[in-house]
Design a binder for this molecule. Structure first.
Ligand code: AMP
Length: 213
């Protein structure tokens, strides 16, 4: 099963994708995580990406397309869940072309959406573990011990691009560049729209339905 999850920043793609991956074994390919790892490792792609990411802008298409192709073709038999890629129509077209070259299909395309008010609350309170990348939220899913990851004890931090001014920029970029993906995908087979404004567990239950149906 190969899936694409898309939607605005803060809608819960990462949280839901991670949970689905843990339960089903489908490989979670989160473009933002792949880019952050490249920045940490100081690769050429990471160096190119950093300035765009810190400013809440999209990394150039050529950089992300090359990176995602590498991980897709390295993937196993269990299928993949793309989270945060594609983020514009040019990337969606490149994805379709790349998958057809490797004889692969997309089985489900899930558009997750929630009102901007929810997105802002989720993004502003988000905390990430520096060591394992696991996500927490100051209000909705706080760690047992402040500043410390429940899973591995690593240090929790706020992402540079989860500051208020960068969030505003990311939401603008979303409306201008990523939202047009809705028109691109909505008539394709396997397209679903998911209301992601509710609690994490109920959104997950709805996502799971989409995947098993
Ligand atoms: P995310 O973790 O999905 O919120 O992504 C964090 C940042 O990584 C975004 O604000 C962009 O700067 C960059 N990024 C992630 N995915 C893409 C993509 N498909 N195309 C371009 N830039 C991306």
């Amino acid at each position: 099963m190969n899936l694409v999850l898309f939607g605005p920043p803060g809608v819960g793609k990462g949280t839901q994708g991670e949970k689905l991956s843990t339960e089903t074994g489908i490989q979670h390919l989160a473009m933002g995580d792949i880019l952050r790892a490249a920045v940490r490792e100081g690769t050429d792609a990471g160096k190119q990406a950093k300035v765009f990411m810190d400013g809440g802008r999209l990394v150039p298409d050529a950089v992300v397309i090359a990176m995602i192709e590498d991980v897709i073709i390295a993937g196993g038999e269990t299928g993949f869940l793309l989270d945060g890629f594609p983020r514009n129509v040019a990337q969606a077209e490149a994805l379709a072309e790349m998958l057809s070259r490797h004889d692969l299909n997309i089985d489900r395309i899930v558009f997750m959406d929630a009102p901007e008010e929810n997105l802002l609350k989720r993004l502003c309170g988000r905390l990430i573990c520096r060591a394992c990348g696991f996500g927490f939220h100051r209000q909705y899913s706080p760690p047992r011990k402040a500043g410390c990851c429940d899973r591995c004890g690593g240090e929790l931090y706020q992402r540079e691009d989860d500051r208020e001014e960068v969030i505003a920029q990311r939401l603008v970029i979303y409306s201008e560049q990523t939202k047009p993906l809705l028109a691109y995908y909505q008539d394709k087979p396997g397209f679903y729209k998911l209301d992601a404004s509710g609690e994490m567990q109920s959104v997950y239950a709805a996502l799971k339905q989409v995947v098993v149906n």
